[in-house]
Design a protein around this ligand. Structure first.
Ligand code: AMP
Ligand code: ZN
Ligand code: FE
Ligand code: FE
Length: 278
């Protein structure tokens, strides 16, 4: 029995609806899932209702980008309920900061000869919080690149010509706000922070003291060895080793719900441990 605690829907930069995600989860026999759209809780009621109807365990969440020691870290925040609250009230400002940045990215892309408008990006995103994958989608539709990966590698990733940073919370602040909101903050895909595996344990001790509840260890893009190593580090730190596919539908075509690239299996005890960490 397995779970998938990292999924993106059309409410951010995924291409499946919450209902479609739940239906797939039920079909492949997952016992629980978490919806973790970037900076929004909008899909949670729909996913929760669909999950209840199909008897799939469900927890709401979101994925935030935060600053930590001058680096960008992603935090998954589980059990965050839609409605007012200490962290919830900050989400709108985070979405507004994206709008400023989106206009900058359009300008930067135009400067390097890519004809793209904010209206095209908004149409690509539909009702979702706009993210860089939507820019990549427009660039693909118009034949500028052949894949989302190529759009990031050549234009959108940090250090590339159309990269624009945006205002985010500090890691410690986000962790404190999450706990004040009865939610459990978890470091997502720790490799993207740019620490060596050997540095992760000591590096994260401060954040654990501030309330970090887990680290994503069973990740769709990691080798089995890496997953083991990270879950051992979680044991040492006394936090929960969580996991998920980081499914984004067509924007990450090699990652599937529940199984990632095919070999992922997140044990369902993870969900029980997260509940206990609440
Ligand atoms: P944003 O929130 O707008 O900064 O976009 C971040 C999202 O872009 C992440 O959730 C990933 O889904 C995606 N992303 C980041 N880097 C890459 C990459 N190199 N290739 C494909 N997708 C990426
Ligand atoms: Zn994303
Ligand atoms: Fe992420
Ligand atoms: Fe993600």
């Amino acid at each position: 029995m397995a779970v998938d605690l990292h999924l993106h829907s059309v409410f951010s930069d995924g291409t499946a609806t919450p209902e479609e995600i739940v239906a797939t989860a039920a079909e492949i026999g997952l016992t629980g899932i978490a919806l973790t759209d970037h900076d929004t809780l909008e899909g949670i009621p729909l996913a929760a209702a669909a999950a209840e109807a199909l008897a799939v365990g469900f927890i709401g969440g979101t994925e935030l980008s935060v600053q930590w020691r001058g680096r960008t870290m992603h935090l998954l925040v589980y059990f965050l309920q839609p409605g007012p609250g200490p962290l919830q009230d900050r989400l709108e400002a985070l979405r507004r900061a994206r709008e400023d940045r989106n206009h900058q990215i359009v300008g930067l892309l135009q400067k390097v000869g890519i004809e793209i408008s904010m209206a095209e990006v908004a149409a690509e995103a539909g009702r979702g919080v706009v993210g860089r994958p939507h820019f990549a989608g427009v660039m693909m539709n118009k034949g500028y690149v052949e894949s989302v990966a190529e759009a990031f590698d050549h234009y959108l990733a940090a250090g590339r010509p159309a990269y624009a940073p945006r205002k985010t919370l500090e890691a410690g602040e986000a962790i404190t706000l999450a706990r004040e909101s009865a939610a459990v903050p978890v470091v997502a895909h720790p490799h993207t922070v740019g620490l060596r595996a050997s540095e992760v344990a000591t590096g994260l001790q401060d954040l654990v003291r501030q309330g970090l509840g887990g680290m994503e260890s069973y990740y769709g893009e990691y080798s089995p060895e890496m997953r083991h190593r990270l879950s051992d580090i979680c044991d040492e730190l006394g936090i929960v080793a969580t996991g998920g596919s980081d499914y984004h539908g067509r924007y990450k075509p090699d990652l599937k719900i529940g199984v990632g690239r095919g070999d992922l299996r997140v044990p369902d005890e993870v969900l029980d441990r997260l509940v206990a960490a609440r």
